[in-house]
Design a protein around this ligand. Sequence first.
Ligand SMILES: [Mn+2]
Length: 208
Amino acid sequence: MVASTKPDRLVLLGDHFTKGPDPLGVWERIADWKPEAVLGNHDAKMLRVWGSEAPGRAEDTCRKLPDEARAWLGGLPTAIEGAHEGVPWIAVHGGLDPIRGLEGTDSARRYLMRRWPNDLDLQNPFWWQLWFRPEHVFYGHDAFRGLQAHARTTGLDTGCCYGNALSAYLLEERRLLQVRPDGTPIDPPELFWMDGSTAERPPITFGR
Ligand SMILES: [Mn+2]
């Protein structure tokens, strides 16, 4: 997708290394492309355990990567802001407080939040169901629900590491891009769900 579109800005949405089979391969791409990126919850875990000999997925992943990857992770912001044709956008891994916005969402919630005001009660609404602020938010962290296309939020984690698709959004063309895990383009894009279905379903909306 990067080779075919040659974007001016490439923003990765977090959880860069722990999910797939080849973390070093991911790092080599990052070192080559030098994308912008936001910190994911698994990235934060890696920073906490780096250098530890303890067993665990994050620890194992750290041991496969050079120190430069640690420095890169350690320098990542938890949010990136931009604007395209007058529309402001924000990239985060998890979510944002729909009442207090970016400035009112602390770092951990930016990379962890799925529901608002917290994830403890599964009856709580998803943060994006309550997002009526002016910025369009792009996020990851929720492969279980597949592609999430709403008016002002777009969830792009379509579970490539589970055999589904890698998804990206090309702002200049307002177009979703997808490839299969082997790199084959999926055109037109599909909505991927964890039950294996690719059929299009109505987008989940709330109050719109
Ligand atoms: Mn995550």
